[in-house]
Design a protein around this ligand. Structure first.
Ligand code: NAP
Ligand code: MG
Length: 482
């Protein structure tokens, strides 16, 4: 069978699955062991590209959450908090190397379970996850140098809850700095994408971490709530929607818990008339269509300087027509499957809203597979600032385009959002970049590039995109008391 986009036909180039092994059923990982639950509550993790069931996952009971927190506490009070940084670092280095060694397996499972193209999971998610583990392993024995003239101390038990868009990477973002600083962890992955976190648990077991240092419990939102509200959890680290972030903040208000929240976004990607247009088009596509727009920092609002609007949109439509939507395991695929039926319905509702609000709608005419959850790359032009598609996070491959004439105008429009996670600026002038970066209310501003990450660089939001930073030294300090 050939794969058709509107420009050419390609033969399939699927990544093999022969090298991966998945259990039929996963118990929760507590105290260094996969537990066999004493109840039959399970849910299925499916491949969103086909609907096929990949494995059954345990819906953790409140008792299992209790056991996980108790194991993390015992590990903290026992060996882990007393171990020297150098020893802790060795465990993390070992884990980082094992993730690298098993990178093909992780990449394939990530794409099978979450729907993202293998190119993304292979080239972005897994290498960045390993890089995070290496980076924080390196800090474990250097905390006194990281924070001179202060005495850094671990906080205790960290309760960590993560979303489905970068499952392994978010697990690494959470676990690596927590362990490097001497904390212990109870982590809950998102219910649609638990498999790579459970695979990571297998490696944690193999690496010989002391039991209880990392515990992974699976399940839905109420399991996450039970973790963050547990009285013996000292630090909450959450990545997910602003809605749930607000709930968490309310529920732990008045407690002694430390908290960092990495929440939603509605990033402005701004193209000036002096930008290299083809490069900008590539950055726009990378920012919103790759990974199906399932990116918290997706460049979902495009601001184009009026004089180049028509030329840029024509080039963008042409490039959209070359995108290959389909099998996430195919190495040629640009846009994979939408993560779940629920997320697809949300995206489709927003597309309807955009049409009703009067914006001009455009979609490519590529073929879509018959099973699974899919959305064609979607473009709305003539969008008004007040339109919901320009204000609310869609979390799908849907771009809302507006125009501007002056720097002052675009700064005002770009900042006119409750979010402030990230932004992009495309221009030939360094001075314009610095002017923009100093005035944009966004945690990250990329210049003449988009969606680039590095473990040494702090990441996090302004306003309703959350508080606290992950990555770099900032990410370490979030797990330390001084
Ligand atoms: P979500 O619905 O907020 O869920 C995130 C995690 O929280 C999941 O594990 C979820 O469990 C759990 N959860 C749900 N209700 C909870 C509660 N009351 N208490 C504790 N935990 C609870 O977000 P999502 O739909 O998975 O992910 C998409 C969102 O994440 C987007 O808004 C995106 O912008 C944001 N995000 C932000 C960043 C960042 O760094 N700022 C990075 C990635 C994603 P289940 O879903 O399993 O039920
Ligand atoms: Mg799945």
């Amino acid at each position: 069978m050939t794969r058709k986009n509107s420009k050419w036909d390609l033969s399939p180039a699927p990544e093999g699955t022969g090298h991966i092994s998945l259990k039929e059923h996963y118990g929760v990982f507590i105290n260094g062991e996969f537990q066999t639950p004493d109840h039959g509550n399970r849910f299925q993790s499916i491949n969103p590209a086909t609907g096929e069931v990949l494995a059954e996952i345990t819906e953790s009971s409140s008792q299992e959450v209790e056991q996980a927190v108790a194991a993390a506490r015992a590990a903290y009070d026992g060996e882990w908090s007393k171990m020297g940084g150098r020893e802790r670092g060795k465990y993390l280095y070992r884990l980082a190397r094992m993730v690298q060694e098993r990178s093909r397996e992780f990449a394939v499972i990530e794409s099978l379970d979450g729907g993202k193209p293998i190119r993304e999971s292979r080239d972005v998610d897994v290498p960045l996850a390993a890089a995070h583990l290496f980076y924080y392993a390196g800090w474990a024995d250097k905390l006194n140098y990281a924070f001179p003239n202060r005495i850094p101390r671990a906080i205790g038990v960290a309760g960590q809850v993560i979303p489905w868009n970068f499952p392994l990477l978010m697990a690494a973002w959470k676990i690596a700095p927590a362990l490097a600083t001497g904390n212990t962890v109870v982590l809950k992955p998102a219910e649609t994408t638990s498999l790579t976190a459970l695979k990571l648990a297998e490696l944690i077991q193999e690496a010989g971490f002391p039991p209880g240092v990392v515990n992974i419990v699976t399940g839905h939102g109420d399991v996450g709530a039970a973790i963050v509200n547990h009285e013996d959890v000292d630090k909450v680290a959450f990545t997910g929607s602003t809605e749930v972030g607000k709930l968490i903040q309310k529920s732990i208000a008045g407690t002694n818990k430390r908290c960092t929240l990495e929440l939603g976004g509605k990033a402005a990607n701004i193209v000036f008339d002096d930008a290299a247009i083809d490069q900008a088009v590539e950055g726009i596509v990378n920012g919103i269509y790759f990974n199906q727009g399932h990116v918290c920092c997706a460049g979902s609002r495009l601001f184009v300087q009026e004089s180049i609007h028509d030329e840029l949109i024509e080039k963008l439509k042409h490039r959209m027509g070359t995108l290959i939507v389909g099998d996430p395991l195919d190495k040629n695929t640009d846009v994979g499957a939408i993560n779940s039926q629920q997320q697809l319905s949300t995206i489709e509702q927003y597309i309807e809203v955009g049409k009703q609000e009067g914006a001009e709608f455009y979609q490519t005419d590529c073929d879509l597979p018959s099973d699974g959850f899919w959305c064609r790359p979607t473009l709305f032009t003539d969008v008004a600032q007040s339109n919901r598609i320009a204000q609310e996070e869609i979390f799908g491959p849907v771009l809302a385009v507006q125009t501007f004439r002056t720097v002052a105008e675009v700064i005002k429009k770009a900042n006119n959002t409750p979010y402030g996670l990230s932004a992009g600026v495309w221009t030939d002038k360094g001075s314009k970049i610095f002017n923009m970066t100093s005035q944009m209310k966004a945690g990250v501003v990329w210049a003449n590039t988009y969606n680039l990450f590095d473990p040494t660089s702090p990441f996090g939001g302004f306003k309703e995109s959350g508080f606290g930073r992950e990555g770099g030294l900032h990410g370490l300090s979030a797990y330390l008391d001084f």
